[in-house]
Design a binder for this molecule. Structure first.
Ligand code: MTE
Ligand code: MOS
Length: 766
């Protein structure tokens, strides 16, 4: 990628020089450290908490459930306690907190605090959850159930269409942000100041204020955040509460810092999923009917599972037009760490499943996987499963055609099949070829993916995000919003949007620190919404600044001015934006978001406009498989993304690379095995993510099919690249082995054992 200097990132210099101060780097006088006492059981009764009298408890401060005014983390269901009081529901659930001036004392104190439990039977398999006698949530363990229906599926079933069926499983995924979870709470008289690594400052403020029953004013300051990927969407509300409780009780500033082990073991992961999909297809591979059952494993508490499920259910038909469809989706409870938001928010699971169904249709009907996708791609004017008619910026077909032609898919598909043939013959005969003479197996796979930009349904109308711009007399503009920078380039995008809207220099635009006492609530930094939704407010606000300045000029000069290219004009007179600001600056404007009026969605019937607009992508992955070690390597990765408009081109490309790589990890490396509610991973050494060695040659193209209500046409980008990469890679495995792959991740040992079951061609029954 050729870096264009005008695309520099605001935060780059400070980060590259190591000058930026993350939460744990802050030198706060009198800061106490803390330790969290956690449940060792997946489910147990808490009988007693014993304080051993050998220890001098006056030297530390302990917090238990009885210290908490409202003991629940305010979120969707309010079912998760800050500290368990009677029952623990997952391994690692916080039971007590201790803070002390130094770590040795903390360690000692924790050895003298004994929690007495009575272990209970527990539940970890999501498919057993509904029927289980172990009740974790409500009377059926269902956090949320969604039914979407369109057309007449029963009628389609009566016809003589081919029935193609698949079961698909996806695993956990850990965010592995570089900076583990960390917050600091500083107590004041009636207020607690919280500083931390987080995505949604107002979520934290609301949760901690609710916890204190409104008796404390909570100020949340967003500290530089070393990556989040959805993992700092809800979890900081829990540990900020812990830090605040300890700070208030001890009277000292307190840090809650998770080390890598705690972070990887006890914080939310991507929801594992199970799908059962049945398609009714005609002989050309066109889907006439589709029936989908989906489960997400939500873990012990609801947190965000209901909305993750909504996005998954609304994405599960992928990029395809399906005339008759029935979707039945459930998020269920188990005695595992609560699952949470992760880039794509249910989309990667849903798209993986439908893409594997496409592969299976191609196999059963002996059609090319490309053709089957092509014939089913949705287009402008068609209806989605919720009856949403796609009006704006629909590029499902363009991105697909583009990536097929740029990757030379058809030729390579044929060539690689021929190349593989003798190697496979030998492999199937001998199980292990005697030497490497046959070379590596070569695969090429494809996927189509989609991401609804912004909040689901009319969610944005509930949030009603607000931004404020302040124009100084020196011509500088400061942006006040609650959007947070976590590496995705939000600050830079905001600066570029405003400099473009006003035709002024980027340097003139400053981004205010995100402090809830100072910035308005522009909504959370999730759902790839900052650029599209909040960015559109910035353009509106910029227009209002110009109008205000024009009005002041008119009052002064008695004539109407025009504003063009950074200058105010009238006959014979010209003033730059800065000149005008020098004269009339020193005011602020505020803008509140409301959805374009055509967007209508009913959350009870699941009908209507699920998202204001969609971003589209297609990907082609080339892989090599070593026939001896079964190692899989992605060698080239082509993807075409329609994001409406790339506000900062270099950063958009970087998002696509990073998101795609996370999908490569999801498909091939990132395996978490859960046993008795315990994860088998401890840190970077045994949780393997793609490094530079595993990074393919990227061939990225951005299409700009503008969305009329986004800033300069921009739609959401941040999550989309993560949605389509796993299915493109696994599609390449189908191509090589002509066999069903319905589970991720696929590690070499998995591939080897799948291979042992492949004996001959034509594995499919019709
Ligand atoms: N990119 C980096 N570098 N770090 C992150 O934490 N989070 C992703 C994505 N890209 C993330 C990232 C997620 S989960 C989302 S929702 C979007 O960025 C949010 O950013 P936006 O609102 O600015 O689009
Ligand atoms: Mo992103 S998963 O919506 O934080």
């Amino acid at each position: 990628m050729n870096f264009d200097p005008k695309n520099y990132r605001i935060d780059a210099s400070e980060k590259i020089r190591g000058e930026i101060r993350y939460t744990n780097d802050l030198k706060i006088p009198g800061l106490w450290q803390s330790i969290t006492i956690r449940s060792p059981y997946p489910r147990a009764k808490i009988l007693e908490i014993q304080f051993d009298s050998e220890f001098d408890w006056n030297t530390v401060t302990v917090v238990t459930a009885s210290d908490i005014p409202n003991n629940y983390v305010a979120m969707l269901e309010n079912d998760m306690p800050y500290l368990a009081s009677k029952i623990v529901n997952y391994v690692g659930e916080p039971v007590a907190l201790i803070t002390a001036p130094d770590k040795n004392l903390l360690e000692r104190a924790s050895n003298f605090l004994h929690v007495i439990y009575e272990p209970l039977s527990y539940l970890t398999n999501m498919l057993d959850s509904e029927k289980s006698e172990v009740l974790i949530f409500s009377n059926n363990n269902i956090f949320k159930e969604i039914k979407i229906e369109k057309g007449d599926l029963e009628k389609i079933k009566q016809n003589n269409y081919k029935k193609v069926e698949i079961e698909v499983h996806t695993g956990f995924q850990e965010h592995l942000y570089l900076e583990p979870q960390c917050v600091i709470a500083i107590p004041e008289k009636d207020r607690v100041v919280i500083r931390g690594s987080l995505q949604c400052p107002y979520y934290v403020k609301n949760a901690v204020e609710t916890m204190f029953d409104g008796k404390k004013h909570i100020t949340v300051i967003h500290a530089p955040t070393g990556g989040a990927f959805g993992g700092k969407e809800d979890y900081p509300s829990l540990i900020a509460g812990h830090a605040a409780l300890l700070a208030v009780k001890s009277g000292h500033p307190v840090a809650v810092t998770l080390d890598r082990f705690e972070d990887i073991q006890y914080t939310p992961k991507r929801h594992p999923s199970y799908h059962h999909e049945v398609a009714y297809v005609d002989k050309n591979g066109k889907i006439q009917g589709l029936e989908i059952q989906m489960y997400l494993n939500g873990g012990a508490y609801c947190t965000l599972s209901q909305v993750v499920l909504a996005r998954a259910a609304l994405t599960v038909t992928g990029c395809y037009y399906v005339p008759n469809v029935r979707i039945h989706a459930k998020a269920v409870a188990t005695n595992i760490v609560p699952s949470g938001a992760f880039r794509g928010f249910g989309g990667p699971q849903a798209v993986f499943a439908i893409e594997m169904l496409m592969e299976k249709i191609a196999c059963v009907l002996d059609l090319s996987p490309k053709k089957v996708r092509e014939i089913n791609l949705i287009s402008k004017g068609q209806e989605t499963a919720t009856g949403q008619i796609l009006k704006y910026s629909v590029s499902s077909q363009e991105v697909f055609e583009d990536v097929i032609s740029r990757s030379d898919f058809d030729n390579k598909y044929r060539q690689y099949k021929e190349w593989n043939h003798p190697i496979l013959e030998k492999l199937i005969e001998d199980r292990f070829p005697k030497n490497k003479n046959g070379g590596v197996l070569k695969g090429i796979g494809i996927s189509a993916s989609v991401h609804g930009a912004g909040f689901t349904g009319v969610g944005e109308n509930k949030i009603k995000g607000v931004v404020r711009l302040e124009l100084e007399q020196d011509g500088a503009i400061t942006v006040y919003s609650a959007q947070t920078e976590m590496g995705q380039g939000q600050q830079t995008a905001f600066q570029k949007i405003l400099s473009e809207a006003l035709h002024i220099k980027r340097k003139q635009i400053k981004i205010a620190e995100v402090n809830t006492d100072v910035v308005p609530d522009s909504g959370p930094t999730v759902a790839s919404r900052s650029t599209m939704v909040v960015g559109s407010l910035l353009v509106e606000a910029a227009k209002e600044i110009v109008e205000k300045l024009k009005l002041k000029l008119k009052n002064d000069f008695g004539v109407e001015f025009q504003y063009r290219q950074g200058y105010f004009y009238r006959d014979g007179h010209i003033l730059s934006f800065t000149d005008a600001a020098n004269e009339f600056g020193g005011f602020s404007v505020e803008k509140q978001y409301s959805h374009p009026s055509f967007i209508k969605f009913d959350e009870t019937t699941w009908k209507g406009d699920a998202y204001p607009v969609f971003s589209w992508a297609a990907a082609v992955a080339e892989i090599e498989v070593d026939p001896i070690t079964f190692q899989i390597k992605v060698t080239r990765y082509y993807t075409t993304h329609d994001i409406g408009k790339a506000i900062n081109y270099d950063q958009a490309v970087a998002q696509i690379e990073g998101g795609s790589l996370q999908g490569i990890g999801y498909a091939l490396y990132e395996k978490i095995t859960e046993k008795d509610g315990l994860f088998d991973i401890t840190g970077f050494s045994d949780y393997i993510i793609p490094s530079f060695m595993e990074t393919p040659e990227f061939h990225i193209k951005i299409l700009e099919n503008p969305y009329p209500f986004g800033p300069f046409g921009a739609k959401g980008l941040g999550e989309l690249p993560n949605v389509g990469s796993a299915p493109a890679i696994i599609s390449a495995l189908w191509m090589i082995f002509e066999s069903e792959f319905n589970k991720i991740p696929v590690l070499p040992e998995d591939l080897h054992s799948i291979f042992l079951h492949i004996n001959k061609r034509n594995y499919y029954e019709s």
